[in-house]
Design a protein around this ligand. Structure first.
Ligand code: DAV
Length: 376
C-alpha cells in the first residue's frame, strides 16, 4: 500500500497530476449560471452544442504534449475518462440540454492533503462532470489506505440558487464592476456552491474567492470541515466576471504571489500577506489582445501557469511578457504551446489537478496579531 494523494499548495514539487481531456466537449446552452460569464459581444452567445472536431483534436494534441513534458520530468500523469457530454441533464430540480467537458480538472477536484473533494459546482451543465474522474479516484482509494475521498454536499441548482434578472443584456462592464465590488453575484446563498478553482491552498490557510461560482456558504462549510485551518474570503473588485482565482492571484513559491494588475487584492485584504513577509507582485501584461475563439476565459490565462517546484514553472510559449517576468523572479521557465486548449476550460493550471506534491501542511502565516478582515 502506498501513499498516492498528498498536496497542500500549488508550488511544492509536483510528482503526480491529472491532466484533462477535451474529447466530446460541448458549448453548453445558456443557463442562469453561465449566461453571466459569456461576454455580451461574444460569438458564443446563443450558440451551443458539440465543439468542432478539429478544435477538439488540436486541444488534445496540446494536452497530450503537456502530459508528455510532465512525464519526461518524472511526474506521473493520469487522465480522466470523458463522458459523452452531449447529453441532457435531468434532475427533479432542473433540466439542461447538454453537459460541457472534463478538460479543466482544477474546477472539479480540490486536493487538500490526503483528501480529494469533488466540488459543489454551480453550473447545471457541469452536474455530472465528476464522473469522468471516478475511475481514477476509485483507483487511488484502492491503492492508498489514507486517501480520503469526499463529495461536497450536492447542490440542487434549482431556480432558488440563482438571482433572477441578475443578467441583463444592457449591463455595461462598469456596472458589472460595481456588482463585483459590492459582492453582488448571480449565485444566491440558498446552498453551498463552489468551484475547486476558487480555492487557493497555502498550507493551513485557504484563500477562497467570493465570486460568480463560489458563495459565502461554501466558506462556512470549509470552516466547519477544517476547524484547524484558517479560511479567508478574498475578492477582486477589478474583475467583471470573477470566476476562479487562478488567473488573478497565483503563488509561485513560499512568500511570492503574482496578482493580476487589473484585479488587485484590496488594500485591507493584503495585510495578512504583508504582516507575514509575503510579496505580492503585479503579473506581467498578457501578450494577446483577445482570447482564442469560443473561449470562456480572458487573456489573463497568461498568468495561469503550472508551478512544478519552487524554482520551475510551465508558461504558455507565446506569453513573452510572462516568460520574461518569471525569469526576473528567479524561476526556470518551461514554455509550452497551449492556446489551442484554452477554449475548453482554461490554461495550464486549470487543465491539471494535483494528486501528489512532496511536502506537508506548513503554516505560512504565523503572524496573526492583527485584525484579519479576510478571516471567515
Ligand atoms: O480571467 O477569465 C479564468 C480562470 C479559469 N479557471 C479569467 C479567469
Amino acid at each position: 500500500m502506498t501513499k498516492i494523494v498528498n498536496s497542500w499548495n500549488d508550488f511544492d514539487p509536483l510528482k503526480h497530476v491529472i491532466v484533462g481531456r477535451a474529447d466530446h466537449s460541448c458549448v453548453p446552452p445558456e443557463e442562469p449560471a453561465t449566461s453571466e460569464k459569456v461576454p455580451v459581444d461574444s460569438p458564443m452567445r446563443g450558440m451551443w452544442g458539440p465543439r468542432p472536431l478539429e478544435t477538439v483534436e488540436k486541444a488534445n494534441i496540446q494536452l497530450d504534449n503537456l502530459a508528455r513534458v510532465l512525464e519526461e520530468r518524472g511526474v506521473k500523469v493520469d487522465r480522466p475518462s470523458p463522458l459523452n457530454w452531449n447529453q441532457p441533464v435531468n434532475t427533479p430540480d432542473f433540466r439542461t440540454d447538454s453537459m460541457m467537458t472534463c478538460m479543466p480538472p482544477r474546477d472539479t477536484l480540490l486536493t487538500i492533503g490526503n483528501e480529494i473533494i469533488e466540488a459543489a459546482m454551480s453550473f447545471r451543465c457541469r452536474y455530472w462532470e465528476y464522473l469522468a474522474f471516478r475511475p481514477l479516484l476509485s483507483q487511488y482509494f484502492e491503492q492508498d489506505p489514507n486517501f480520503l475521498w469526499t463529495q461536497a454536499p450536492r447542490p440542487r441548482l434549482s431556480d432558488k440558487s440563482y438571482k433572477h434578472n441578475y443578467y441583463d443584456e444592457k449591463i455595461s462592464i462598469e456596472e458589472r464592476l460595481v456588482r463585483t465590488a459590492n459582492k453582488d453575484f448571480v449565485t444566491t446563498e440558498e446552498e453551498i456552491l463552489f468551484d475547486a478553482a476558487d480555492v487557493l491552498r497555502l498550507g493551513k490557510d485557504l484563500f477562497i474567492q467570493h465570486g460568480l461560482t463560489t458563495n459565502r456558504k461554501a466558506m462556512e462549510w470549509f470552516k466547519r470541515k477544517y476547524p484547524n485551518f484558517r479560511i479567508h474570503a478574498v475578492n477582486f473588485p477589478g474583475d467583471p466576471y470573477p470566476i476562479h482565482i487562478d488567473a488573478t492571484f497565483v503563488p509561485l513559491r513560499p512568500g511570492l504571489i503574482i496578482n493580476n494588475p487589473h484585479r488587485k487584492l484590496p488594500v485591507e485584504q493584503r495585510k495578512i500577506f504583508e504582516k507575514n513577509g509575503w510579496q505580492i507582485v503585479d503579473a506581467a501584461m498578457p501578450a494577446h489582445k483577445e482570447p482564442p475563439p469560443l473561449c470562456y476565459s480572458s487573456v489573463w490565462l497568461s498568468m495561469n501557469c503550472l508551478v512544478l517546484d519552487h524554482k520551475t514553472v510551465i508558461v504558455e510559449a507565446s506569453e513573452t511578457n510572462q516568460l520574461e517576468q518569471m525569469d526576473k523572479l528567479g524561476m526556470n521557465v518551461i514554455p509550452i504551446h497551449f492556446r489551442d486548449a484554452y477554449a475548453f476550460g482554461g490554461g495550464l493550471h486549470c487543465s491539471t489537478a494535483d494528486v501528489y506534491r512532496e511536502g506537508s501542511c506548513e503554516d505560512y502565516f504565523p503572524v496573526q496579531d492583527f485584525d484579519d478582515v479576510t478571516r471567515v
